[in-house]
Design a protein around this ligand. Sequence first.
Ligand SMILES: *[C@@H]1O[C@H](CO)[C@@H](O)[C@H](O)[C@H]1NC(C)=O
Ligand SMILES: *[C@@H]1O[C@H](CO)[C@@H](O)[C@H](O)[C@H]1NC(C)=O
Ligand SMILES: *[C@@H]1O[C@H](CO)[C@@H](O)[C@H](O)[C@H]1NC(C)=O
Ligand SMILES: *[C@@H]1O[C@H](CO)[C@@H](O)[C@H](O)[C@H]1NC(C)=O
Length: 379
Amino acid sequence: MLPKAALVSALALLAVAVAAAPAPGIPSHYSGDAQKLADPTYGPIPGESDHYNYNWGLERPFPGNISDPVFPTEDGPPAANDHTWQNLLSAEWVIFEFYQQGIETFTDQDFIDAGMPNTTRRRLLEIRNNEAGHLRIFQNAISPTSVKPGPCRYVFPLTDPKTYLAFMTLIEVSSMAFLSGLVQEPTNSPMERGAMLAIAATETRHEVWALMDIWKTNPLGGPSDTSFPYARQVLYTTNSMIVPGSCPPENPEYPHPRQLLPYLSAASDTKSLAPGSTVRLNFTDPNNQPSFDDKTQYYAVFCHGLRNVSVPIETSAWPEEDIWITIPERFETKGVIVALIADRVGAPTKESVVAGPSMVMQQPLGLAAAMLGGGDAKP
Ligand SMILES: *[C@@H]1O[C@H](CO)[C@@H](O)[C@H](O)[C@H]1NC(C)=O
Ligand SMILES: *[C@@H]1O[C@H](CO)[C@@H](O)[C@H](O)[C@H]1NC(C)=O
Ligand SMILES: *[C@@H]1O[C@H](CO)[C@@H](O)[C@H](O)[C@H]1NC(C)=O
Ligand SMILES: *[C@@H]1O[C@H](CO)[C@@H](O)[C@H](O)[C@H]1NC(C)=O
């Protein structure tokens, strides 16, 4: 028989062992079915299955049809890039749902009546399927020690096919720009950088299709698309499409880490966002307005292609008087201009950004939703 002291310490050891065991820890309000997704070989494999190409059903394609978060299956610290892939997966849920809800809302005939080709909805289905493949790719990129976030509820501009498709082109160019920033994260492996570049190229194909077939315009975007370093600032603006409080509570904060910058948009009466236009600004979230200090000179910084231009702005009379910016005349009317407000010329650090960014779309010009800064799809 063991002496009493030995028994007590054996029990203590057992308690420690139980606490440290890799507990799956799935909250009881989930069925646990989503845990099958932890196995990367479960379900159709992107690149091998036409599930992510030619899938013409209305129902959500795998893994978009499984909406619970996937909980860690191993114990331990997160992998170096788990936050990055979690950010990407949360953003991808926004994009996937945007396409899913579009093909649910509009019929083939709705697009034809709006003057679009009769293949429009079928192409949108194919893009949706590609986006489902992105969901799976990003789920698989998150290591087994971190949660794979599930979808939230979203609000999209689904009033008519034209507004919807204008928003689509904005989402696609925004994806291209934020991926150019994500690639720059120092923790990326060469393989991860390659994967992000390949995804950005996919979004570019979607965008080129829209420019050619939907907008019947020149699809080329100048010698370089816009590279913007602060990817998470772009992702943060997509929070304006998320119904507050609708995300699974176990999802990580999105994006992580984040800066809570005031949303920046053009005022709703804006006529043109072409180079040379003067635009009145709207900080569209009434609960998150910028604060400008009298002793600081602020700048509107415009990033386009691989360069940026800074223009001093007058902030001392704000909020009594609006802030106006002029989009630099020197830019070509191609691709996208990323606009933000900074307290330093060139916004050389993410901390120097005080509001924005906002996506100023140049192709095609004159669309309803040409500037995404959190103001266009508020719930
Ligand atoms: C999700 O879709 C896949 C592929 O179509 C199907 O095999 C699976 O049963 C679906 N799962 C659920 C929960 O609907
Ligand atoms: C779609 O449009 C093309 C040409 O614009 C036409 O040739 C084709 O017959 C149409 N298809 C259907 C199913 O209406
Ligand atoms: C500013 O944005 C808010 C929120 O989207 C909107 O209600 C308001 O009308 C906008 N004001 C202007 C002048 O654009
Ligand atoms: C703007 O350009 C300057 C000079 O090349 C660079 O140092 C800065 O990081 C750029 N800013 C952004 C936001 O890309």
